[in-house]
Design a protein around this ligand. Sequence first.
Ligand code: NAD
Ligand code: ZN
Ligand code: ZN
Length: 391
Amino acid sequence: MRANTWAGRNKVEVRDVPDPKILNKRDAIVRITSTAICGSDLHLVDGYVPTMQDGDIMGHEFMGEVIEVGPGVDPGRLRVGDRVVVPFPIACGACAACAAELYSCCENSNPNTGIAEKMFGHPTAGIFGYSHLTGGFAGGQAQYARVPFADIGPLKIESDLTDEQVLFLSDILPTGYMGAEMCDIQSSDVVAVWGAGPVGQFAMDSARVLGAAKVIAIDKEPYRLRMAEQAGHIPVNFDEVDVRSRLLELTGGRGPDKCIDAVGLEATHGSAHIAAYDRIKQAVRSETERPHALRQAIMSCRSGGVVSVIGVYGGLLDKFPAGAWMNRSLTLRTGQCHVQRYMKPLLRRIERGELDPTRIITHTLPLDEAERGFDMFKNKQDDCEKVVLKP
Ligand code: NAD
Ligand code: ZN
Ligand code: ZN
C-alpha cells in the first residue's frame, strides 16, 4: 500500500510499504477513505518528539471502512463493512484509566512504555502514528491501518454525513471541545484562545456552544484570524498588539475568565525541554523573542480563572509563572484528549448543526501529495488551515 512516512527531520515521503495484518485477536483492518494532517504531526516533523524512526507511518486522524476483523472482536460492536471514525488514543476499555474515561491514559495500549517512563515518569497510552514514545503504531496517512481494541474505540457512522463532517471526531473536534469543557464555562465568561489553528478554531466554537459570552482568538496569521472572525470570534494579532494589554481592554481590566492554550510546543522553540533529552540535543534552538502562549495565558487570566492547556507539550517548560498561578488562585487543567468520551455527543451536535467541522478545511489532496500538504500547513502557505488527504 501507499503510506506517508517520516523520512528524517522536516521530511515526509509517500512510499510503498507492506499492508497491515491482524496481529491480535481484537484488531481490525480499516481501508482509509479520509485522513488529515494535524498540528501534532508538525512536532514529529520538527524533530521535537525524539522517537520517530525513518519509515514510520504518520497520521492519527483517519476514518474508513472495516475490511477485516480479528476473531476476538465483538460482532455486536463492530463488523466488516462498518464505516468508522478512529479515535487517536488507543484504549483497551478495561483498565482503571479507561474505567475513569481517561482513555488517553490507557494502561494497556502501549506495548513499549520504557521511553514514556523515562520522559514522563509514567507510561503513556498508545497513539497511532505518534512515534515509539506512544507504542510505535503505524499511522493513518495510508491506504490501510491496523486498529487495536477495535470494538472499543472506533465510532460507527450510520447516517449519511460526509467524511468531511465526521473525520475530525478522530481528534481535533473532541480536543477543542475538551479544552473548552475543562474551563467550566459560565454564561458571562470571556474565553481567550491562544492559537487559531484547527484545534484553536474548534476550542473557540466549543466555547461558544458551551455558552461563553465572548470568545477571543489570538494568533499572528491574518488568514487564521479572519477565519475565526468569520465564525464570530474576536481576533487579536500578537504580532501587532501587546496581547495582555489588549485582553485587559476587552475585559474591563480583569483579564479573560478562561484561557485556552491551543498552541503547545511550537511556541517554546527549543529551550529547556529539548535540552533535557539527550537524543534531541541537536535540535536546540535559542529562545526567540516570540511570546510564549502558556506563560501569557497564565499571566493574562483573571484571578480565580481557569487556564486550559490542549496544546501539546513534550517535556520541561522553563520560566513557568508559578507565582501568578498560585497567588491569583488559577486552576490549570490539561490532557491529551480522551477522544472516546466525546465522540458520540459531538456526533449528535454535528447532526443537529450546532457545530460545523467542515468550516476549517482549506485543502483536499490525494495521499500521494502529502509532502506538499505538510509544506503548506507547516509554512502557512496558500492560507492553509487544514489538509484532508484522500488515500
Ligand atoms: P497549528 O500548528 O496549525 O496551530 C497552532 C497555531 O498557534 C498557529 O496558527 C500559530 O500561528 C499559533 N501560535 C504560535 N505561537 C503562538 C502564540 N505565542 N500565541 C498565539 N498563537 C500562537 O496546530 P493545531 O493543529 O491547531 O494544533 C494546536 C496544538 O494542539 C498543537 O500543539 C497540537 O499538538 C495540539 N493538539 C493537542 C491534542 C490533545 O489531545 N491535547 C490533540 C490535537 C492537537
Ligand atoms: Zn491530531
Ligand atoms: Zn485501558
